[in-house]
Design a protein around this ligand. Structure first.
Ligand code: ZN
Length: 368
């Protein structure tokens, strides 16, 4: 058990109020009605760009004429600049005081909604709050509605962003980054493309296997992790991973896994995955899966299980992504990986730099 990381988690993460039921999106109107006191009160809808032109996939959203809808481009991971630019646009059109911010989409959209909600009530820029407990004022009332399962962003107390100036990928880790209301509606994951469904779902599995192999342990995070991994196995060893009962299971796994990771730390996979995202722009969940292919020596059992599941689901995964990079890129990959001290300490102990030397890190990236 390491004291440095011990001190970070002061309180057990609060569980956001949630609805969990197929069709529960229909309750959003009633939730917003409680916030809309005057006729001019408006809400901000941040919706994954996947739904642009296909809003019908979400059924009828309770959008009023004064509300503001923004489609979040999730092709790449959110940056601190993205959040600052969104805030500036809202200031320009006098929409900086909404009664609610609603995030509808995958992990990236959840994170943008949380970050924007916090930035609207706290001064400065998004990068000023990357770290632990730097957000001092509660954000705007925020509602999270995931449309893909796995990242656990709906349950976490952080919102991951990349600062393009120093390539650091870090969230606003704070009690104010927890959603005020969640709507978990498994009907919403019906149209997720199969590859993405697998990559995202594996994020839950990977969070929890990293927790269970780490040194920073709590009974709460352990039990949540065991249950999450059990659900993931049921889904990904099944013939139809997207059946309605499996979509329900995976949504629950995502939520439980998110709570587990909020009360613990990840391990070796996430720092390498963050390197791939920060330097090569690979999406988080796919980057995790790519990283898993080089993790046999750190997580032999889970490596084997991961390979069985990906084969079972016939999921495609890019290979050889880090071959033929130049020296600067390898250096950036190393820096963007090794900077994640807390998870690496959790997994390998405080002398992790002696295990993950520059040469070793490069070798592992070449293996992906
Ligand atoms: Zn993750």
């Amino acid at each position: 058990m390491t004291k440095t990381i011990d001190k970070i988690i002061k309180d057990v993460q609060e569980i956001p109020p949630y609805l969990f039921e197929a069709g529960s999106l229909r309750s959003l109107g009633a939730i917003l009605l409680q916030k809309r006191v005057t006729d001019s009160d408006y809400a901000l809808f941040l919706i994954d760009h996947y739904f642009q032109g296909h809003l019908d996939k979400l059924g009828s959203l309770p959008v009023c004429k004064q509300d503001w809808i923004h489609f979040v481009d999730t092709k790449s991971e959110p940056t601190t600049d993205d959040i600052n630019i969104l805030r500036d646009r809202l200031l320009e059109c006098d929409k900086e005081s909404p009664v609610a911010v609603i995030g509808i989409g995958g992990g990236a959209t959840m994170d943008v909604a949380k970050a924007l909600s916090n930035l609207l009530t706290n001064k400065g820029n998004a990068e000023d709050y990357q770290g632990w407990d730097l957000v001092k004022i509660p954000g705007v009332f925020k509602v999270g509605i995931p449309t893909v399962s796995g990242t656990g962003a709906e349950a976490s107390r952080t919102c991951v962003m990349i600062n393009p100036r120093n390539a650091v990928k870090l969230g606003m880790n704070s009690e104010h980054t927890v959603f005020d209301q969640l709507i978990l509606d498994p009907d919403l994951t019906r149209t997720v493309p199969s590859n993405q469904y697998f990559y995202s779902g594996m994020d839950s599995y990977i969070h929890c296997m990293e927790i269970l192999n780490g040194s920073h342990r709590s009974l709460l995070a352990d039990e949540l992790s065991v249950q999450t991994m059990k659900l993931c196995r049921e889904v990904f060893f099944d013939d139809d991973m997207k059946s309605s009962s499996n979509r329900e299971k995976l949504m629950m796994a995502s939520f439980l896994g998110g709570l587990a990771v909020a009360n613990s730390y990840v391990g070796v996979v996430h720092p390498f995955s963050a390197g791939l995202s920060a330097v090569l722009g690979v999406h988080h969940c796919m980057a995790n899966c790519i990283t898993m292919t080089a993790m046999e020596e750190f997580y032999p059992k889970e490596f084997e299980e991961f390979i069985s599941m990906i084969e079972r689901q016939k999921t495609d995964l890019p290979q050889g992504l880090c071959n033929n990079l130049d020296q600067n890129q390898y250096e950036s990959l190393y820096q963007a990986t090794i900077v994640h001290e807390k998870p690496l300490t959790n997994a390998l102990g405080s002398d992790f730099r002696n295990i993950l030397t520059k040469e070793k890190v490069k070798e592992l990236f070449l293996h992906m």
